[in-house]
Design a protein around this ligand. Structure first.
Ligand SMILES: *[C@@H]1O[C@H](CO)[C@@H](O)[C@H](O)[C@H]1NC(C)=O
Ligand SMILES: *[C@@H]1O[C@H](CO)[C@@H](O)[C@H](O)[C@H]1NC(C)=O
Length: 448
C-alpha cells in the first residue's frame, strides 16, 4: 500500500505532462458478462469490414486520412458504429482518421496481424516467436491510446479445416500474451479475442477452447464468420436459431466478424434477426463483408480513384439497418457465466497439447512486458514467420501471464500466473498512462 501512495503522489505531479494524442470523444467499450457496453448501455456492433485494396494487399486504410474521411461519410450514411480493419502499418500515424471516426461515433475492431507478421498455420511453432510478438505489441501501442479502439483480434481464420485445429494452442498463447502486454503496460482493458473462419465442424470447439481454463488465458470475446443466411431465408431456415441454442450458455461476447451471403440478391434480411431479442441474449451484432468491391462481389461500394459509387447492396444494407432498432434495455444478456469446458480431442479437434498447458511465452520476449515493444516493423519489415524454432516449449498455460484488476472479464490470478496488479484501484485518468507504465514496469520486473 506504500507503493500505491507513492504512485498517487507522483501521478499528481506529472498527470498533465503526458500529452493525449487523440481526442477522447467516445466512451470506451467494456465487457460485462456476454455483452459489450458503452457505459451502462448495451453496445451492439453495427459494422462493416473495411480494407480497400483487399486483405492480402497489405495497405493500411486508416493511415490515409483523406480516403478515410471520404469513407466515413458513407459509414455514417449506413448507420454504422464499427469498422473492422484487417491490416495496419504500426509505424504509421493514425490520429487523423481515428479522431474523425471518433467524431462520427465509430469504433475500430482491429486485426493486429499482417501478412508477414502472423501465425503460419503450416508451421505455428516456428511462427510463434519473439519477433512476431514485437510487431503485434507495437500495434497495440499504436492503438491503445484511442478510446474508439473497440477490440483487437489476436488471429483471423488461422484454423481453416479440421487438420489445422492443431494451431489452436498457438492462437490461445498469442491471446494470452496480448492480454499480458496490455496489463503489464497499464493500458485500458481493450478486449482481445479470435475471429474464426466459417467452418462448422470445429468452430464450437474453438469457441469453447478460447473460453476455457484459467481466467488469464481466456479470451474477452469470440467472433466467427457466418455466410449461412442467404436471402431469401429466415431465422429457422438459415439455422441461426440452432446456433443461438448451441451458444446459449457461452459466457463471453459473441459476434459475427463477417456476414452477408451473396449467392442471391442481398436484402440483408438477417439484420432484423441479428438485432432482435431472438439473438441478442447470445450475440452482440456483427460486421458485413465488406465495404469495397474487391473482385468477389461482396462490396457495398466501388472505389475508383477518389470516387466512391454506392451499389445496390449499399442501399439494401442501409435500409435494413435503418429499419432495425436495438432491443430496449439490455437485450437479455447474461451478466455472469462460467468458463467453458475445454473440448476433448476428436476427429474434428486435433489438439494434442493438454488443456492446462500452452506454448511457453517465447524466450526473450519478456523484455517487452517490462520496457515496451519499441518501434514496430511496419508492413515493410522482413517478417517473422520463420524467426522461431521447430521445438515448442510447453508451460503451465498461464505461466508468466500478467493479469489486472481492471480487466474486463476477471481479476483473479490463476495457478502459475503472476499476481494480479489491480491497476484499477488507483483510479487514474487516461493522461497518467506514463506513470501506470512505470508502476507496471516496477511490478513487472519482479514477476517475470
Ligand atoms: C494431429 O496433430 C499432430 C501434431 O500436433 C499431427 O502429428 C497429426 O498428424 C495430426 N493428426 C491429424 C489427423 O491431422
Ligand atoms: C446450459 O446450461 C444449463 C445449466 O447448466 C444446462 O442444463 C443446459 O443443457 C446448457 N445448454 C447448452 C446448450 O449447453
Amino acid at each position: 500500500m506504500k507503493t500505491t501512495a507513492a504512485i498517487a503522489v507522483v501521478s499528481g505531479l506529472v498527470s498533465c505532462a503526458v500529452a493525449s494524442p487523440a481526442k477522447r470523444s467516445v466512451t470506451a467499450i467494456t465487457v460485462k458478462g456476454n455483452a459489450f457496453f458503452a457505459g451502462d448501455e448495451r453496445f451492439y456492433i453495427r459494422g462493416v469490414d473495411y480494407q480497400p485494396g483487399g486483405a492480402s494487399d497489405a495497405k493500411d486504410p486508416i493511415a490515409d486520412a483523406t480516403a478515410c474521411k471520404r469513407d466515413i461519410v458513407k459509414f455514417k450514411s449506413l448507420g454504422l458504429n464499427t469498422i473492422r480493419v484487417y491490416t495496419v502499418d504500426n509505424t504509421a500515424d493514425h490520429d487523423e482518421c481515428m479522431n474523425a471516426l471518433a467524431d462520427a461515433g465509430i469504433y475500430l475492431a482491429l486485426d493486429v496481424n499482417t501478412p508477414k507478421y502472423s501465425i503460419n498455420r503450416a508451421e505455428p511453432e516456428v511462427s510463434y516467436n519473439k519477433v512476431y510478438l514485437q510487431s503485434i505489441f507495437a500495434t497495440i501501442d499504436a492503438f491503445e491510446k484511442y478510446d474508439n479502439t473497440l477490440l483487437f483480434f489476436s488471429g483471423n481464420e488461422v484454423i481453416n479445416d479440421d487438420a489445422t485445429t492443431s494451431c489452436a494452442p498457438y492462437v490461445k498463447a498469442v491471446t494470452r500474451d496480448m492480454k499480458s502486454y496490455i496489463n503489464s503496460r497499464g493500458y485500458r482493458s481493450i478486449p482481445v479475442g479470435y475471429s474464426a473462419a466459417d467452418v462448422d465442424s470445429n468452430r464450437f470447439q474453438m469457441a469453447e477452447y478460447m473460453n476455457c481454463g484459467a481466467d488469464a488465458i481466456r479470451s474477452d470475446f469470440f467472433a466467427f464468420n457466418d455466410y449461412s443466411w442467404c436471402d431469401p431465408s429466415s431465422y429457422e431456415i438459415s439455422g441461426w436459431d440452432q446456433k443461438v441454442a448451441k451458444y446459449s450458455n457461452y459466457s463471453i461476447p459473441l459476434f459475427l466478424s463477417e456476414y452477408g451471403c451473396n449467392k442471391n440478391t442481398r436484402k440483408f434480411e438477417e439484420v432484423a434477426s441479428l438485432y432482435s431479442t431472438d439473438m441478442t441474449g447470445v450475440y452482440s451484432g456483427g460486421l458485413v463483408y465488406e465495404y469495397s468491391e474487391e473482385g468477389s462481389k461482396y462490396g457495398l461500394v466501388t472505389i475508383d480513384g477518389d470516387s466512391v459509387t454506392e451499389g445496390a447492396d449499399f442501399t439494401a444494407l442501409k435500409t435494413a439497418l435503418a429499419g432495425t432498432k436495438d432491443p430496449s434495455g439490455d437485450g437479455g444478456y447474461k451478466s455472469d457465466g462460467s468458463a467453458s469446458a475445454c473440448p476433448t480431442k476428436s476427429s474434428t479437434w486435433n489438439v494434442t497439447i493438454a488443456a492446462d498447458e500452452l506454448p511457453a511465452f517465447p524466450s526473450g520476449a519478456d523484455e517487452y512486458l517490462k520496457n515496451g515493444a519499441g518501434t514496430g516493423p511496419g508492413l515493410k519489415g522482413a517478417g517473422s514467420q520463420s524467426s522461431g524454432s521447430k521445438t515448442t516449449q510447453l508451460a503451465d498455460a498461464a505461466s508468466g501471464a500478467v493479469t489486472s484488476g481492471a480487466s474486463a472479464g476477471s481479476s483473479t490470478s490463476s495457478k502459475g500466473a503472476a499476481p494480479s496488479m489491480h491497476m484499477g484501484e488507483f483510479s487514474m485518468g487516461p493522461l497518467v498512462c506514463g506513470i501506470i507504465v512505470l508502476a507496471s514496469t516496477i511490478f513487472g520486473a519482479t514477476l517475470i
